[in-house]
Ligand binder design. Structure first.
Ligand code: NAD
Length: 425
């Protein structure tokens, strides 16, 4: 089921696993890794595909396909979210698990990479159907998860309630409460304060570092945010609080612009009330292409994968692209941004705040202790800023770009752990 080799496509591919492998090979070349070492760490360690039969509200049974992939566990238990989405495929889950390995390694938290998903459309399912799907999927992947083995978390269309059901299902089979089996739980069930805004805080911390490095004043800097959801809206809010001017934002329904800066707290209320940023008083509607082409200092792609590709990357005029989303820039677009001299904060570094606070949640669960918000945010900032400096050092030493530097740093840490542990048997 797991391919041993991945062909390099001749035209730009949007197959996420091929993209992940292209980036792996590029960073492995920079590290001059030999083929044996690449072979040891390239492919997922374990791929589980499960059938998830669910009794629907109409009395009939519907069957869903679920996956859990553990890409690499050399540095610690696998860590990564669970996605409930109609577009979930094995290759997507393999790519996301691979990215999680590098993400945990680049911020140096003691985890490997994993990811899970079920191909389903939760928007068309009742709460009862989603709960039954979650519990049956959990029992199907139960033999390979656990606080020391593989720790799921929320991802697209899964949330803290779903994490509580996973924890309950796992705990019922073990006969005692095991909060450390998942992160992103509700606060009353061992969740961590600060988890909800952790990704955006990490994005903000890395933008602060990039501004300092490029000598751009954050106060008064012009910011554009693509995707006004959890990661995008909170990043916009933090940047706005630091007196940057967020001049344009978008969501799946439209793009809005105000050259003097949008009032972000009011925009968040507008989105909460109407479900979209569209029609925000005092803003002008623009097209997605116009949004990308705006003259700004910082562009934050915070929507979905592959949003910036070979066709639209040329439009970008930002000085910094801060990848809050996972995989928002295709390799072809990456080369264009490179040519334009745009400084990219790569996803595995930029949005690693979420998994970092997930790690803090797990540590608190293991210690039966809860930290306060200040402790969470202070530790997070330290991890993000240290990681940024470490990636920047590699970028300067190896004379490469930030993405390859982040991948190279992450891969070198995984190689070091794998080499020290040795190949069993
Ligand atoms: P979300 O669903 O809360 O927000 C996504 C936003 O993108 C929504 O506002 C949606 O309307 C918008 N969007 C969708 N299609 C769009 C389009 N074509 N143009 C413009 N906007 C569009 O999701 P999220 O949790 O904020 O995640 C966003 C990205 O960040 C994803 O790539 C996710 O993997 C990544 N990420 C999130 C976290 C986290 O903790 N939330 C952590 C790491 C990475």
């Amino acid at each position: 089921m797991v391919p041993n080799t991945v062909e390099t496509p001749s035209v730009e591919t949007k197959n996420p696993y091929q993209l992940a492998m292209q980036n792996f090979e590029k960073a492995a070349d920079v590290l001059e890794l030999d083929e044996d070492t690449r072979t040891m760490i390239r492919n997922p360690e374990r791929v589980l595909m499960v059938n998830v039969p669910v009794r629907m509200d109409n009395g009939h049974i519907q069957s869903f396909t679920g996956y859990r992939v553990q890409h690499n566990t050399a540095r610690g238990p696998a860590k990564g979210g669970i996605r409930f989405h109609p577009g979930v495929t094995l290759e997507e889950v393999m790519a996301l698990a691979t990215w999680m390995t590098w993400k945990c390694a680049v911020v140096n938290i003691p985890y490997g990479g994993g990811k899970g998903g079920v191909a389903c459309n939760p928007k068309e399912m009742s709460t009862g159907e989603i709960e039954r799907l979650t519990r049956r999927y959990t029992s199907a992947i139960l033999p390979i998860i656990g606080p020391d083995i593989d720790i799921p978390a929320p991802d697209v269309y899964t949330n803290s309630q779903i994490m509580a059901w996973i924890m309950d299902t796992y705990s019922m089979t073990r006969g005692h409460l095991v909060p450390g089996v998942v992160t992103g739980k509700p606060l009353c069930m061992g969740g961590s304060v600060g988890r909800n805004e952790a990704t955006a805080r990490g994005v903000f911390n890395t933008i602060e570092c990039a501004c300092q490095h490029l000598k751009i004043r954050l106060k008064g800097a012009k910011v554009v945010v693509q995707g006004f959801g959890n990661a995008g809206a909170i990043s916009a809010h933090l940047l706005d609080s630091a007196q940057a001017d967020v001049i344009a934002v978008s969501d799946s329904q439209g793009c809005i612009y105000n050259a003097d800066g949008l009032h972000i707290p009011k925009l968040m209320l507008h989105k909460e009330r109407t479900g979209s940023v569209k029609g925000f008083p005092g803003s002008e509607a623009i097209t997605p292409e116009e949004l990308l082409g705006l003259d700004c200092d910082i562009l934050v792609p915070a929507a979905l994968e592959n949003m910036i590709d070979g066709n639209n990357a040329r439009l970008i005029r930002a000085k910094i692209v801060a990848e809050a989303a996972n995989g928002p820039v295709t390799p072809e677009a990456d080369a264009i941004l490179d040519d334009k001299g745009i400084f990219v904060i790569p996803d595995i570094l930029c949005n690693a705040g979420g998994v970092t606070v997930s790690y803090f949640e797990w540590v608190q669960n293991e210690q039966h202790w809860a930290w306060d918000l200040n402790e969470v945010n202070t530790r997070l900032e330290k991890v993000m800023k240290r990681s940024f400096q470490e990636v920047l050092e590699v970028q300067q030493q190896r004379k490469t770009n930030m993405r390859t530097a982040a991948n190279a740093l992450a891969i070198s840490r995984v190689v070091e752990a794998s080499t020290i542990r040795g190949l069993y048997p």
